[in-house]
Design a protein around this ligand. Structure first.
Ligand SMILES: C[S@@+](CC[C@H](N)C(=O)[O-])C[C@H]1O[C@@H](n2cnc3c(N)ncnc32)[C@H](O)[C@@H]1O
Length: 331
């Protein structure tokens, strides 16, 4: 199962802070796991890691119920690529008829979602809010402002999102995947010897919101409880930036690999920074062999499909090079 080199990393349909799309191959080529147990990911976020790893059995959980409902809805067919295409096309037209102020249709969808949460509006918000952020106020209401692009849902973006839904739906088929809203503790404590825990908790004290609280105590608890699990684990965490080192890594036993990683906050060049990303892997689960020996999952052949909306030919390409894939990181 792992390690594997993925020639064509794909991007999930929703975004969140700390999304790992740019680190997928770093993760999948560093871990050694036979895939006989369950891939357990208690901080699933956008799903980028599990959807690219594609284990046969998985428990994919998060404390954010909107994320879990969204993926359950794709899994049980409540949301299909066709439904998403129709919805985004209609909503995109309504959005384009309003301006980029507080009067924007975006805020109508946000209010509607906060009154009556549903997966389609959640997708709309995730793909038209500022910087693809996911943040909720004290009452649990989505509170990210509009990206201020009334023409956001042009045909090309709708096609891209529809293809992302199609991809997620296809990879779920025939797999034993459970999406569940749970606190990480409950999920980690049920791990069994053949399982593998991929842990990507929030950054301490940053990006916290209603569903996403993470304190020093949480970080300590995770270090203590996860290391008692009878299976392998890998923890993603920043190792160091220009100013400091992450002392929380010292609480973990295992072997650490790092990768420098550029992130940006907003569009300004000054806000770009480099951070070293760590993967702390339990002893005996780090791949130490030759990189040339790692099996490659080849890039699938590009299929050319008819875009019914535009009557044009579109490429089924949802690779990470898409400019739409924001990386929102705030350390
Ligand atoms: C850094 S993000 C994960 C990013 C993900 N690996 C990706 O690539 O998109 C952390 C996630 O942890 C979730 N989370 C925060 N506190 C949690 C808790 N106590 N239990 C479970 N999940 C939690 C957040 O909702 C968020 O989705």
């Amino acid at each position: 199962m792992l390690p594997i080199m993925i020639e064509h990393v794909k991007v999930p349909p929703i975004k969140c802070q700390g999304i790992k799309t740019k680190l997928i191959n770093f993760i999948t080529t560093s871990i050694k796991w036979d895939g006989n147990g369950v891939w357990i990911e208690p901080f699933i976020g956008s799903g980028s890691v599990a959807f690219n790893v594609q284990p046969q059995k998985a428990i994919l959980s998060d404390s954010n119920p909107h994320i879990i409902k969204f993926y359950q809805d794709i899994q049980n067919g409540t949301i299909t690529p066709e439904i998403v295409k129709e919805y985004l096309t209609k909503q995109g037209v309504l959005l384009s008829k309003t301006d980029d102020t507080k009067e924007s249709y975006y805020y109508e969808v946000r209010a509607r979602f906060n009154d009556n949460p549903n997966s389609l509006d959640f997708l709309f918000l995730s793909r038209s809010c500022f910087n693809g952020m996911m943040r909720f106020n004290k009452k649990g209401g989505f509170n990210v402002p509009f990206c201020r692009k009334p023409n956001r849902f042009q045909k090309s973006l709708v096609t891209k999102i529809v293809n992302q839904i199609k991809w997620v739906k296809e990879i779920m088929e025939g797999k034993d995947w459970l999406f569940v809203v749970k606190d990480w503790k409950e999920v980690v404590q049920n791990a069994e010897p053949n399982d593998f825990l991929y842990l990507d908790p929030p950054y301490i004290g940053k990006n916290t919101d209603y569903f996403n609280q993470w304190s020093d105590q949480d970080a300590d608890d995770l270090a203590m409880i996860a290391q008692l699990a009878p299976c392998g684990y890998a923890l993603s965490m920043w190792a160091e930036n220009s100013y400091r080192k992450n002392e929380y890594l010292l609480k973990w036993d295992g072997e650490m690999v790092t990768q420098d990683h550029f992130y940006h906050v907003g569009a300004n060049i000054e806000n770009r920074n480099s951070v070293s990303e760590a993967l702390l892997i339990k002893n005996n689960y780090l791949y130490t062999g030759n990189m040339d020996d790692i099996p490659i999952r080849p890039r699938p052949e590009k299929k050319i499909v008819q875009n019914e909306i535009a009557g044009q030919l579109d490429l089924l390409d949802i690779s990470i090079s898409d400019e739409d894939d924001f990386l929102v990181r705030q350390l």
